[in-house]
Design a protein around this ligand. Structure first.
Ligand SMILES: NC(=O)c1ccc[n+]([C@@H]2O[C@H](COP(=O)([O-])OP(=O)(O)OC[C@H]3O[C@@H](n4cnc5c(N)ncnc54)[C@H](O)[C@@H]3O)[C@@H](O)[C@H]2O)c1
Length: 247
């Protein structure tokens, strides 16, 4: 893969888990990065190495105005935005059936997982259109493809992300911008550790490889998806599920 050294990437949820390793991967490959996370303290603790290439922004991705300002700040600092990777996400309450779901909790999950990915993509697209180039990656989930019992809010919000990816892929197919998603199964992060163990067992038992994915596997695949070389695939949800999904 060619280097990311002339590229500018925005990564949400960069203070933890997948966002953290993907941000470090792109930084190591030479990218300049604008990193968004609600947890500004963790962001500042995790990224102290290369301040020439890092713009650390504590913001709530569910606030459209904060997202617009954050994107504008990155473009002001680095001159453009080539890549957007939406990693910020929450599960909401899990291990419950649909009749037990708290509606406010479901709405919160949709706000973070779906609405925020819509806000960030809406904010970066005008800059990408002006440059005739862009790579957008929404981190979805196997839960959005398959539906995990006990996880209505999460599964439905990720299915919405997959739906948006299909639409956006087609809408910008002739512009030099690709929009794809990634659907991981279980990767051990704080998001998974916060779930009931029975829910995590339900998900991992379904993985034919009988193991969780690694952060390195997620970072490598994400880097390929947003690379220049990945130029003839758009609107697609890449699989990272150890064989659970074969489509
Ligand atoms: N870990 C897995 O097994 C797994 C599997 C499938 C999909 N995913 C998806 O991958 C993405 C990353 O998950 P993770 O496991 O790294 O989780 P994580 O909890 O380790 O990291 C998520 C980050 O998002 C940030 N965040 C949450 N709400 C925010 C908000 N409103 N504004 C700004 N930042 C916010 C958190 O502060 C945190 O740093 C999520 O979208 C998740 O649904 C994870």
């Amino acid at each position: 893969m060619s280097s990311f050294s002339t590229q500018v990437a925005i990564i949400t949820g960069a203070a933890s888990g997948l966002g953290l390793v993907i941000a470090h991967k792109l930084l190591n490959e030479g990218a300049s990065v604008g990193l968004f996370d609600l947890n500004e303290k963790a962001l500042n603790e995790e990224f102290v190495g290369n301040l020439d290439k890092e713009e650390l922004i504590g913001l709530d991705v569910t606030d459209e105005q904060q997202v617009e300002k954050g994107v504008a700040r990155v473009v002001e600092r680095f001159g453009k935005v080539d890549i957007l990777i939406n990693c910020a996400g929450i599960t909401g309450t899990t291990g419950i059936k649909s009749h037990e779901v708290d509606t406010m909790n479901l709405k919160k999950v949709f706000d973070v997982n779906f609405m925020a990915s819509y806000y960030t993509s809406k904010a970066v697209l005008p800059y990408m259109l002006a440059n005739h180039y862009g790579r957008i990656l929404h981190i979805a989930s196997i839960a959005g493809k398959e539906g995990n019992a006990g996880m209505l809010a999460y599964s439905a919000s990720k299915a919405a992300v997959i739906g948006m990816t299909k639409v956006q892929g087609k809408e910008y197919a002739e512009t030099g911008i690709t929009v794809n998603a990634l659907a991981p199964a279980v990767i051990r992060t704080p998001l998974v550790d916060a779930m009931p163990e029975s829910q995590v067992k339900y998900m991992t038992d379904k993985i034919p490889m009988k193991r969780c994915g690694t952060l390195e596997e997620a970072a490598n695949m994400a880097a390929f998806i947003v690379s220049h070389e990945n130029s003839f695939t758009t609107g697609f949800t890449f699989d990272l599920s150890g064989g659970r999904a074969t489509y």
